[in-house]
Design a protein around this ligand. Structure first.
Ligand code: PAF
Length: 282
């Protein structure tokens, strides 16, 4: 497995593979790899000739008061896991390599970036779209793999790829959960044992939404009110949002019909967690 630090070498590596008609699968990450990332890597391994994983904690997607500095970093272990999963190359650039001094170009996917998480994290999705576009250009991926846990991110990346005619196919893989339902996230590492327990309220609330919808409750306001009630009972939880939206374009739904994405963001203590489910009520 190659570990590549420079853009020039990464780009040359991919060009060489393309010349040899190899299909490149790409998994962009910020490291601190867990089973969620590994599920993306395994899918990429199944579907491509070459698998490239990037590890880059992208400063452009963190707000000034967010956790960029303390975001979990565990490069040696990440490399170990990538080797075990038969990854061909890990791209591990320094911040200066990606954003040299004078860097000034950003991508904004309008309309989708300032709703849901974007309302609470201004600039976040601009940072995400920019780094992902840069990585796509460097890595020259044919297929790129993202997790459904970041549902809004996946919708935004798909829209960017469509709008900018990028020659890459976006594959979105299901959320991986702990046995008790907590969605895997690198940020779970911040939770102390009490908070870890409290964090289960996200999954409990989503299950409640699923049950309500199954029992023919279709009114989104009623569903949201019910979920709020459940989460607010938990003293360490603070809700950013609970939303019922169209899974394809994130448009709010007054009533659940066909497919709906129920998405929420909740602070447990100082840790902001997100989770979602897609319900199909045909
Ligand atoms: O989902 C993530 O880990 C990040 O947002 C991504 C896609 C790697 C961009 O930095």
């Amino acid at each position: 497995m190659r570990v590549i630090h420079s853009i020039k070498k990464m780009s040359a590596y991919s060009s060489d593979k393309k010349l040899k008609k190899k299909i490149i699968g790409f998994v962009p990450t910020m490291g601190a790899l867990h089973e969620g990332h590994l599920s993306l890597i395994r899918k990429a391994r199944q579907e491509n000739d070459v698998v490239i994983v990037s590890i880059f904690v992208n400063p452009a997607q963190f707000g000034p008061t967010e956790d960029f500095k303390k975001y979990p970093r565990n490069f040696q272990h990440d490399v170990y896991l990538c080797r075990k999963e038969n990854v061909d190359a890990v791209f591990y650039p320094k911040t200066k390599e990606i954003y040299p001094s004078g860097y000034s170009t950003y991508i904004e996917v309008e309309g989708l970036s300032n709703i849901l998480c974007g309302r609470f994290r201004p600039g976040h999705f601009k940072g995400v779209a920019t780094i992902v576009a840069k990585l796509f250009n460097i890595v020259k991926a044919d297929n790129a793999y993202f997790g459904q846990k970041d549902a809004q991110q996946a919708v935004i990346i798909k829209k960017m790829v469509q709008d900018l005619n990028m020659p890459v196919k976006i594959k979105v893989m299901p959320i991986i959960r702990e046995i008790d339902g907590l969605a895997l996230s690198s940020r779970n590492a911040y939770l102390n044992p009490q908070e870890r327990q409290a964090a289960l309220v996200l999954f409990t609330a989503l299950n409640r939404a699923r049950r309500l919808i199954k029992n023919k409750v279709k009114d989104s306001r009623r569903i949201i009110k019910d979920l709020k009630g459940i989460i607010k009972k938990n003293r360490s939880a603070k809700i950013d949002y609970i939303a019922v939206v169209d899974p394809d374009d994130l448009a709010p739904l007054d009533k659940v019909k066909n497919k709906a994405l129920i998405a929420l963001a909740v602070h447990i203590g100082k840790t902001r967690l997100i989770d979602n489910i897609v319900v199909n009520c045909n």
